[in-house]
Design a protein around this ligand. Structure first.
Ligand SMILES: [Zn+2]
Length: 451
């Protein structure tokens, strides 16, 4: 089986402990970088820069340097390899404006603007597989310390990291862990191997329309599906209230902070499960190609259907990259296509209509008479942007006694996952004026603008 690398970015649960123990290593990584850079300049100035691999020469030269022992040997090697690459790039560049790598230092000034002292900033520390012990069950990592930070050299002492991981996220074999200082705290980046299916599940094409009120509408080759964000909206409502009610005069209380964290964890969890569900269904239905509507080029007047733009942009990129990851693992190709116009065009006959195109979540085509769920119409238009010819879903589903105005609704439940909600009875005739009856109450989510 083919494998690919993936990185899980997570915040340690034991941030204070991690910070205390990683800090000396992060500072030492900067110091080692500076020592290495000094050595390179010295070689360059004396015209005896070693021929061959610079990183090998650096490692040989600095192996006994005390800075080298501030980190696990592989972590030190990683710093010097990064430095050698940066230095080589500069040496080999024929652009005069390129600068050599610089020393890692920070200067601090007092209130009068005088230089008080200088310090080393925190550099990213990398641990390779032999310096990592992974307790998958308890979500713990043990990362080797540098000899200088142990009670005795050679002792097996480690930095304990208690990480968070979304459900359905398989870490498998870890090849590298990085501690990255970002905006006042450490992020733990876990680089791991993922197996990818070498064979495509089939020739089918699916189109995905992402939104806020309805996080995802999917046009599969033989089924229209809607994934409402029911629990997501409830959570957001509940935890936001919790957060406001408990906010004190001294900023967020612990309870408010916890509410915020719970909401963010549940939102991420929902996105993971949703993307997992979509990728699994695609594989089962023989889909080998998935087209996701790309919102980055969408004009303002299209936002009514999608909801708040800022919120949307934020969730969109996370959800679409999760879907992409999970599809690729299953041998499914993923493309992003500009979704401009996909909500003002009939997915069955191509008729374009700008005004009053959607009523109560339904697209009603004044040319061919098709009545279709608005988000499914969008998803199917996205699906038809594939190179291969795909028959409109309205034809496929209608001829199979289905109804594109009543897509299958998959409701999310935190313990049972996504379950189809069976619609009662058959759907109305296509040309009826039964718009007063909502197609299914999944479409107009609480608080969503009238579509
Ligand atoms: Zn039409």
């Amino acid at each position: 089986m083919e494998t690919t690398q993936r990185t899980l970015v997570t915040k340690p649960r034991n941030q204070m402990q991690v910070k205390r123990q990683v800090d000396p290593h992060a500072w030492d990584a900067s110091k080692l970088w500076n020592v290495g850079l000094y050595q390179l300049f010295e070689w360059l100035d004396n015209s005896n820069l070693p021929s061959g691999d610079l990183d090998h020469a650096l490692k040989r030269k600095l192996k006994t340097h005390e800075r080298y022992n501030g980190l696990h040997s592989q972590s030190s090697q990683q710093v010097l390899e990064g430095l050698a690459t940066a230095f080589n790039n500069w040496l080999e560049s024929d652009d005069d404006r390129d600068n050599p790598p610089s020393y890692r230092k920070q200067w601090y000034h007092d209130s009068e603007g005088r230089l008080v002292h200088e310090e080393h900033p925190r550099s990213t520390v990398t641990w390779k597989s032999t310096a990592i012990r992974h307790d998958e069950q308890n979500h713990r990592l043990r990362l080797s310390k540098g000899d200088n930070h142990k009670s005795s050299p050679g002792a097996w002492e480690y930095i304990l990291v208690h990480y968070e991981k979304p459900e359905h996220y398989d870490l498998g074999e870890i090849s590298e862990v990085r501690a990255v200082w970002n905006d006042g705290s450490y992020e733990i980046h876990i680089v791991h191997e993922v197996e990818i299916a070498s064979e495509s599940p089939g020739d089918g094409v699916a189109g995905i329309d992402l939104g806020i009120c309805v996080p995802a509408a999917v046009a599969y080759p033989d089924e229209a599906a809607i994934y409402p964000g029911n629990t997501l909206h409830e959570d957001r409502h509940y935890f936001t209230r919790e957060e406001y009610q408990t906010e004190g005069g001294n900023g967020p209380s612990n309870r408010a902070q916890r509410a915020r964290e719970t909401l963010s964890r549940r939102t991420t969890d929902f996105r993971h499960k949703l993307s997992h569900e979509i990728a699994e269904t695609c594989a089962e239905k023989g889909v080998g190609r998935v087209i996701i509507g790309d919102l980055s080029g969408v004009e303002d007047d299209d936002w009514g259907r999608h909801g708040n733009k800022m919120l949307h942009n934020w969730g969109f990129s996370e959800l679409s990259s999760l879907i992409e990851y999970k599809c690729r693992e299953r041998g499914i190709e993923v493309e992003l296509k500009d979704e401009r116009g996909t909500s003002s065009e009939c997915s069955r006959c191509g008729h374009e209509e700008d005004s009053c195109r959607v009523e109560r979540g339904l697209w009603k085509c004044s040319s061919c008479g098709t009545v279709i769920h608005g988000d499914v119409n969008g998803a199917d238009n996205i699906r038809q942007k594939a190179i291969s010819v795909t028959p409109p879903l309205a034809e496929v589903v209608d001829s199979a006694n289905g109804c594109v105005a009543q897509p299958v609704v998959y409701l999310f439940n935190r313990t049972r996952g996504f379950q189809p909600r069976h619609s009662e009875g058959s759907c109305k005739p296509k040309h009826s004026n039964s718009a007063s009856e909502s197609p299914n109450n999944a479409t107009p989510e609480a608080g969503s603008p009238p579509l």
